[in-house]
Design a protein around this ligand. Structure first.
Ligand SMILES: *Cc1c(COP(=O)(O)O)cnc(C)c1O
Length: 401
């Protein structure tokens, strides 16, 4: 699954170029850095890779979401719709921005259900965050159609699907803004890190200013004399991370291709079994092959299937019970336990109403996740290991399905 499996010489060479200048900061020090601007170069190459016009690097995928929300002006009093099946960070970023996350259902792509998204739109909906979970696209064209009709901004959380596409257009570049994560588990990694992309020059400028204490990045004056248009915060990526990003990006297509080969063998074996159904892929959609996701006939069979596989040393995740990726399991969100006192952002005078979460508010997602199993695909699975996984799958299917 992740780029950490392939950390090696390219990363070392890139990092050494930074260490030789001694400049770890992405801005200024123009004389001392001897032309080395790793974060800037990483942004340019990342934009090129995704096909976006602009890219701005930040400290994490969570920060990328928060910076994108700030760039769009989302804040207290606003609602942001997102799916209840995602990594918790999507919800946290909305709350950090002072807005209220409104949970919506998923469909069998395992991503935002466009019909339920339409249902959940209110007079306070400012933005929607479809998440491309587990390497595979949401029905993004449908989602954008609804969003445009209702004047809702779209941020694609592409933390788990860098390199995947619909109709040849990379995920993250369909909406107003796209965000990515380079944490240690993601397809490519910088240890920690993230990226925001957009085609809109104003959104790009706002994002780059917000992520750097409001600095307006005026090339005419020194950094200390730069102006500011609004208050920001610090989400700056450093040069070492930028260097690792460049190294990993140069291998990205090869990593995805290797995952593709590994995933295909497992997927073909699964497709040949009775009682198995694969996740939906949107028309002309291409995933980034980090996982194999499939449904069995019932929840009991899913649990039994996972248990038998685990006994044979083959991991599969039953996400319905996962503590970090599904809203009904987030008791602290449901109880609205923030780090501060009072009802903000879920209530209080600015929002002007009370939003209640409950573990049974997503019946359609429950029914989908009930029958879902997910197998991670690794870069380093060799032919022998894949053959073994395929054999165990067939044996367990015989026993359980
Ligand atoms: C990993 C992830 C994030 C957060 O990224 P970090 O870099 O870990 O902060 C956000 N959304 C999704 C869907 C993720 O998987």
């Amino acid at each position: 699954m992740p780029g950490y499996e392939w950390i090696g010489e390219t990363e070392k060479e890139q990092i050494n170029e930074v260490l030789e200048t001694g400049i770890l900061f992405r801005y200024e020090f123009d004389k001392e850095r001897k032309g080395v601007y790793k974060v800037k170069e990483f942004e340019e190459k990342f934009a090129q890779y995704t096909g976006a016009v602009y890219a701005h690097a930040v400290t994490s995928g969570s920060a990328a979401l928060k910076v994108a929300l700030a760039a769009l002006g989302v804040g207290p009093g606003d609602e942001v719709i997102t799916q209840g099946f995602t990594f918790l960070a999507t919800f946290e970023a909305i709350i950090e921005a002072g807005a209220v996350p409104i949970p919506a259902e998923i469909d069998k792509t395992l991503n935002l259900d466009p019909d339920d998204f339409r249902e959940k739109i209110s007079d306070r909906t400012k933005a929607v965050i479809p998440v491309h979970m587990l390497g595979s696209p949401a029905n993004i064209q449908e989602i954008i159609k609804v969003a445009n009709e209702k004047d809702v901004k779209v941020i694609e959380d592409t933390a788990q699907a860098l390199g995947a596409a619909v109709g040849g257009k990379k995920l993250g570049t369909w909406g107003d803004m796209g965000t990515y994560s380079f944490d240690f588990y993601k397809t490519m990694t910088t240890g920690e890190g993230g990226m925001v992309v957009t085609n809109d020059p104003d959104l790009y400028t706002r994002a780059s200013e917000y992520a750097d204490h409001g600095h307006d990045h005026n090339p005419e004056v020194g950094r200390a004399l730069e102006g500011r248009n609004f208050l920001g915060f610090n989400y700056r990526m450093n040069e070492i991370q930028g260097a690792i990003g460049l190294a990993q990006l140069s291998k990205l297509d090869e990593m995805i291709e290797r995952q593709h080969q590994n995933q295909e063998l497992i997927r073909e074996a699964l497709e040949s079994l009775d009682g198995i159904e694969m996740r939906d892929l949107p028309e002309k959609g291409k995933d980034s092959f980090t996982h194999v996701c499939f449904f069995v006939e019932t929840g009991e069979k899913a649990v039994a299937f996972q248990k038998s596989l685990a006994e044979k040393g083959v991991p599969a995740v039953y996400f319905k019970n996962n503590l970090w990726h599904y809203l009904p399991n987030w008791e602290h969100l449901i109880q609205k336990k923030t780090a501060w006192q009072g009802p903000h952002p879920f209530g209080g005078p600015i929002y002007g109403r009370d939003f209640e979460y409950s573990p049974d508010m997503l019946p359609k997602s429950d029914a989908i996740l009930e029958r879902l199993l997910v197998m991670p695909v690794s870069l380093q699975m060799d032919e022998g290991r894949i053959r073994q996984i395929v054999m165990e799958l067939q044996a367990v299917a015989e026993e359980v399905l």
